[in-house]
Design a protein around this ligand. Structure first.
Ligand code: MIG
Length: 818
């Protein structure tokens, strides 16, 4: 048996030399402090380190460890090494950070990770837990982890199927899957991150940082094992040991990065279609939205605005003056987003600069024989920038120059799995050659099999960085279809080509919730459904209602399908839809404050109920009936019917007592309530203890609201809320030009008090006053500010006490007494 200890960067406290350690072990036991711990057995090398005290990293190879490089985890993060306390005896090696520990069986190298309290977080399965080259193809590995009977699994991005991944199996292989069904796999993204929660509420995270095709089988084949097969590359995974699901998501986004704060307009309602065919048609859609008073922020141009479907061109016949369209839209506070697919037309000597220049600079992916790979996509024969090269990403970024100068606000990277037509694999040959030229990586060639799953993310990195470089004062907005773990740093995403059916509307909840848990806080689906038949009036209305509470809210639909804009199906349907879109704009201060929270913590905007209430996991497969619900932030719970199209009454199970009905303000008597589906009512409930900032209705985020900020206060335990504001578009917030203010409320024997904390940042708000709407009150309430009586109105039917205050920039307390 041989042990090898190494420590690339010796810690001051590692006073005992490696040789002395081995000597000590030969005598029976040893103890030491190291920055990582390596052990070999039967030719296999295992390496344990900890970038943070609650996160264990495991690497393994046969015989050598894989290169310490990653597309997902920044070098600065991987370079962090928490000191490890290592003790060993003949039967166990224990490696501890103080917060988490790993026990390694020296005979089998089986690994068990424990939390601080000594509970097992994640253990290797019995039997062969790590096998190299299981398929005898000369590469790949298989890893098996024990699956406790009470554990439930989430994450993996927008995979189809129920919210809980248990008893299902999935493939990570970015795939253009037009018209996918509710159980189709794989789809467009590969995010090999799993959040586990057991019925005691204990959580863990597992991230396999490997870009190769992989499968995750959650007990489908073997009931008590999470069986992971990876077709190439090295074993490099992280186990996150935080106590709660929220801790785990924060750990995961500590590793892979947090989304940058979005431009606020991207939280508004957006209208898209494949395609608005002319400049006049696109302008007409914006005009109709304004005329119909449908609040909205962006119009999207799909592929047909281009000349011969060639990226970075404009069809001058149908879009004669794109700068004018941008300016016309801007005059209506409307933004323009344009598609820019990655497949550059292979059109030599046709005056198409992206091809001619790109060829001159050798930008495109090669075939195995070294020639440029050409495959058919929208423009016909096309070539594909090799985004793993920094030079190719820089070149790609420069292509945006004209659009950025024109004032186009956002860019849409579609087809970046990459999708290739007329081939059964739907993508490029696996032996195509990419060139890795990337700080932190050894410069080398890599096959498409290795780069496929990360290709789309690198496409978005190139877009984000390029657009930012062209206009360093504006927050870029990029939308992508394909991505990999960590892609949230560069782009928002949507779930691709869904269909107009109730089943797909239902599916969108688990897809978007799992995307949020997987780092992608900015996610949406095609509202109304992309493919399929025209949605029924009721389906489109319901979808708009739900979308109003999703992070990204975009109506988009396929070519050759009847119109799907908000006004189709007549005035009655439009009125309901408008009511929900209006509500989203009133809620914009709350939603934008969630975006601020996400940019600092990584916590999702749209969440499962179990994130804040892990005890619902004890309800089994359906999480106590909450697996079809979702939350917008910690305060709003959206509870659609379990069977969406059914008119039958259904029971809503809330995670506690004292919740409020969002629409009526009524406080519910128990922790459940009955709902009878009605088209104009999407059941939304409010956490007791919520303080929700709202604003007067505007028609876009670019329009300044007039009047007071409203704080809707729902008395209850742990009563708090926050507002975040800034200019919504620039990076001035990074220099302190923002406003963040938190509020709390306390119940007292005679009433309650509301505290305003002092404001952070120097951004000057639009409001001139603050209106408190205190729910669940009675007529006897009287209010005071700093000992001075306040005028308060009581609305007896809604049990709301309304208090109008001047703006409260400083710390202040309002008391309400009976
Ligand atoms: O092969 O650009 O998912 O949203 O409208 C279809 C046309 C290509 C697929 C996208 C869809 C978009 C469509 N695109």
């Amino acid at each position: 048996m041989s042990y090898r200890f190494s420590s690339a960067r010796r810690l001051a406290c590692a006073l005992i030399a490696t040789t002395a350690l081995s000597g000590a072990f030969a005598g029976g036991a040893f103890a030491a402090s190291l920055d990582h711990y390596t052990v070999t057995k039967n030719g296999v090398t295992l390496d344990i380190s900890a970038p943070r005290a609650d996160i264990i990293r495991v690497r393994a190879g046969d015989p050598a460890l894989p290169e310490d490089a990653s597309w997902a985890v920044a070098q600065a993060v991987r370079a962090q090494h928490v000191p490890l306390n290592v003790t060993a005896t003949a039967d166990a090696i224990t490696v501890s950070t103080g917060e988490a520990s790993v026990r390694i069986d020296p005979n089998t190298l089986a690994v068990t990770v424990y939390d601080k309290a000594g509970h097992v977080v994640l253990a290797d399965a019995r039997g062969a837990a790590l096998q190299f080259d299981p398929d005898h193809l000369g590469q790949g590995f298989r890893l098996r982890k024990a699956m406790p009977i009470d554990a439930h699994y989430f994450g993996l991005g927008d995979k189809t199927g129920p919210l809980d991944r248990r008893n299902q199996a999935f493939t990570n292989w970015n795939t253009d899957n037009f018209g996918f069904g509710v159980a189709t796999d794989p789809l467009y993204k590969s995010i090999p991150f799993v959040l586990g929660v057991d019925e005691k509420g204990q959580s863990f995270g597992f991230f396999m940082d490997n870009t190769w095709r992989s499968t995750f089988d959650f007990g489908k084949t073997e009931p008590d094992a999470l069986d992971i097969n990876v077709q190439g590359g090295g074993v490099d995974y992280y186990v996150m040991t935080g106590a709660t699901p929220a801790d785990i998501v924060q750990d995961y986004t500590y590793l892979t990065g947090k989304p940058p704060l979005t431009p606020e307009w991207a939280l508004g309602f957006q209208q898209s279609h494949w395609s608005y065919m002319t400049q006049a048609e696109a302008k007409g859609i914006a005009d109709r939205l304004r005329a119909d008073r449908i609040p909205s922020d962006a119009i999207w141009l799909d592929i047909d605005y281009q000349d011969k479907l060639r990226p970075f061109t404009v069809n001058k016949d149908t879009f004669p003056d794109l700068p004018k369209l941008v300016a016309d839209l801007k005059a209506e506070n409307m933004h323009l987003v344009v598609i820019t697919d990655l497949h550059i037309a292979a059109a030599p000597n046709a005056g198409y600069a992206p091809y001619d220049e790109g060829m001159k600079k050798d930008i495109f992916v090669h075939k195995a024989d070294g020639s440029t790979f050409v495959g058919p996509v929208w423009p016909g024969a096309a070539v594909f920038p090799d985004f793993s090269r920094t030079a190719a990403r820089d070149w790609w970024g420069e292509q945006y120059s004209d659009f950025v100068k024109m004032g186009v606000s956002g860019f849409w990277n579609d087809m970046n799995e990459p999708s290739v037509f007329n081939t059964p694999t739907k993508t490029m040959p696996l032996d195509n050659i990419h060139r890795i030229e990337e700080p932190g990586f050894t410069t080398r060639n890599a096959t498409h099999a290795e780069m496929h799953n990360v290709f789309g993310m690198l496409n978005t990195e190139a877009t984000y960085d390029g657009v930012l470089k062209l206009d360093p004062d504006q927050r870029p907005f990029v939308m992508t279809r394909a991505s990999y773990a960590g892609g949230q740093k560069f782009a928002a995403t949507w779930t691709g080509d869904n269909s107009s059916s109730w089943a797909h509307l239902q599916l969108s909840v688990s897809q978007l919730v799992n995307l949020g848990l997987s780092g992608f806080a900015y996610a949406g689906d095609d509202i109304g459904g992309f493919a399929g038949d025209q949605p029924s009036p009721e389906l489109l209305t319901r979808w708009i209602e739900v979308g109003a509470f999703n992070p990204i809210f975009r109506d988009h639909y396929q070519k050759d399908k009847p119109a799907q804009e908000v006004w189709v199906n007549g005035a009655d349907q439009e009125a309901i839809r408008r009511q929900y879109i209006d509500e989203r704009y009133r809620l914009m201060p709350y939603i934008y404050s969630l975006a601020d929270e996400n940019s600092r913590t990584g916590l999702p905007i749209m969440r499962p109920v179990f994130m804040d209430y892990p005890k619902v996991v004890a309800g089994g497969d359906h999480l106590g009936g909450t697996d079809g619900y979702f939350m917008l932030g910690a305060d709003l719970l959206i509870a659609p019917p379990t069977t969406w199209e059914s008119p039958a009454p259904y029971k809503v199970s809330l995670p506690g007592v004292g919740w409020y009905d969002y629409w009526s303000g009524e406080k519910l008597a128990s922790d459940s309530t009955m709902e009878t589906p009605k088209l104009d009512r999407l059941p939304v409930f409010v956490r007791p203890g919520a303080i929700i900032p709202k604003q007067p209705l505007t028609q876009s985020t670019g329009e300044t609201p007039v009047g007071s900020l409203t704080l809707d206060i729902y008395p209850g335990d742990d009563c708090h809320g926050v507002i975040y504001q800034d200019d919504g578009v620039s990076f001035a917030y990074k220099a302190g030009h923002f406003l963040r203010q938190s509020f709390t409320c306390k119940m007292t024997a005679s009433g309650l008090s509301v505290d305003f904390a002092a404001r952070e940042g120097d951004y000057k708000p639009w409001w001139t006053g603050v209106t408190l709407l205190i729910h669940g009150q009675d007529a006897a309430a009287k209010a005071m500010l700093k000992g001075k009586a306040l005028k308060a109105d009581f609305d007896a039917s809604a049990h709301v006490l309304r208090i109008d205050l001047p703006d409260q920039a400083k710390a202040a307390t309002v008391t309400v007494q009976r």
